[in-house]
Design a protein around this ligand. Structure first.
Ligand code: PLP
Length: 238
C-alpha cells in the first residue's frame, strides 16, 4: 500500500486547510483575503491537483520544471489559477521557467537573478520573484543569509525585468511549531526594514512562509503565502 490518498480526502483536507488559514487570520486580527494557500504539488498527479482546485485552491506550487509542464498541459489554461515555482532553480532551467510561473519563490542568488532578468528582457516580460532568506543560516539550505540580503537587494533593484515582491523562508526544522514563530517574526521584521532601504523597484509586500506543520503560526506572524503539501495530499513517497 502506498500512502496515496483518494480524491474525496484531498478535497476534505484542502477545505480544512483553507478554513484553518481563515481562523488563524481572524484570531490575529488579519484579513483572511491577504493570505493565499499555495498547494505544494511535487510528486502529486494532475487529477489530485484538480481535486484540490475543486476545493478552492487557486495557487499551485511546483518544484520541478518538467513535472510542472506536464500538469499544466493536463489541467489546461484557467484564468483563475496561478502556477508558482518553489524549488531550487537549476542554472540550465533558469531560462525555461521565466514567463511560465507567475511567481518564483526561490530566488537564491544574484547570478540566478541576472539570468532570469536577461531572459525576461528577451521575451519582453517582467518576472515576479521572492528572495529566499535562509533565516536560520543553515549551511545545508539554499537562500541568502541575513547578511547577504541588503547588498543583494540593491543589485536586484537595478534589474529592470525582475520584480521582487517580498521574501520566502523555510526555518530550521523544529519539534514544536511554536519554535518556528521567532523565525517567522524575524522574517517579517526584516521585510519591514528592507522596505525602508529606499529602493525604487523592490517591494516587500509578500511573505511566503509556513508549511504543513507550522502554517497557522506563520499566518499569525504575517505570511501572505503559505505552502502546504503533505497536509493536503498525504505523505510523499520521495
Ligand atoms: C514541498 C514543499 C513545501 C510543502 O511542504 P509540506 O511539509 O509537505 O507541507 C513547501 N515549500 C517548499 C519549498 C517545498 O518544496
Amino acid at each position: 500500500m502506498s500512502a496515496e490518498i483518494g480524491h474525496a480526502l484531498v478535497v476534505q483536507h484542502a477545505r480544512d486547510i483553507l478554513a484553518r488559514i481563515e481562523r488563524a487570520a481572524r484570531r490575529s486580527g488579519r484579513d483572511p483575503a491577504q493570505i493565499r494557500l499555495v498547494a505544494a504539488t511535487k510528486g502529486v498527479a494532475a487529477d489530485k491537483v484538480q481535486a484540490a482546485l475543486s476545493a478552492g485552491v487557486r495557487v499551485v506550487g511546483e518544484n520541478r520544471f518538467q513535472e510542472a509542464v506536464g500538469k499544466m498541459a493536463a489541467i489546461g489554461p484557467r484564468a483563475d489559477l496561478e502556477w508558482h515555482f518553489l524549488g531550487q532553480v537549476q542554472r540550465r532551467k533558469a531560462k525555461s521557467i521565466v514567463g511560465i510561473f507567475q511567481l518564483i519563490h526561490s530566488l537564491d542568488s544574484v547570478e540566478l537573478a541576472q539570468e532570469l532578468n536577461r531572459r525576461a528582457e528577451a521575451v519582453g516580460i517582467e518576472q515576479a520573484v521572492l528572495v529566499e532568506l535562509n533565516i536560520g543560516g543553515e549551511a545545508s539550505k539554499a537562500g541568502f543569509s541575513p547578511e547577504e540580503v541588503r547588498p543583494a537587494l540593491r543589485e536586484l533593484d537595478r534589474m529592470t525585468h525582475l520584480s521582487v515582491r517580498g521574501l520566502m523562508t523555510i526555518p530550521p526544522p523544529t519539534t514544536d511549531t511554536e519554535q518556528a514563530r521567532p523565525y517567522f517574526r524575524e522574517v517579517r521584521e526584516r521585510a519591514q526594514s528592507y522596505d525602508e532601504m529606499g529602493l525604487t523597484r523592490v517591494r516587500m509586500d509578500e511573505l511566503s512562509m509556513g508549511m504543513s506543520n507550522d502554517f497557522e503560526v506563520a499566518v499569525e506572524e504575517g505570511a501572505t503565502f503559505v505552502r502546504v503539501g503533505t497536509a493536503i495530499f498525504g505523505a510523499r513517497d520521495v
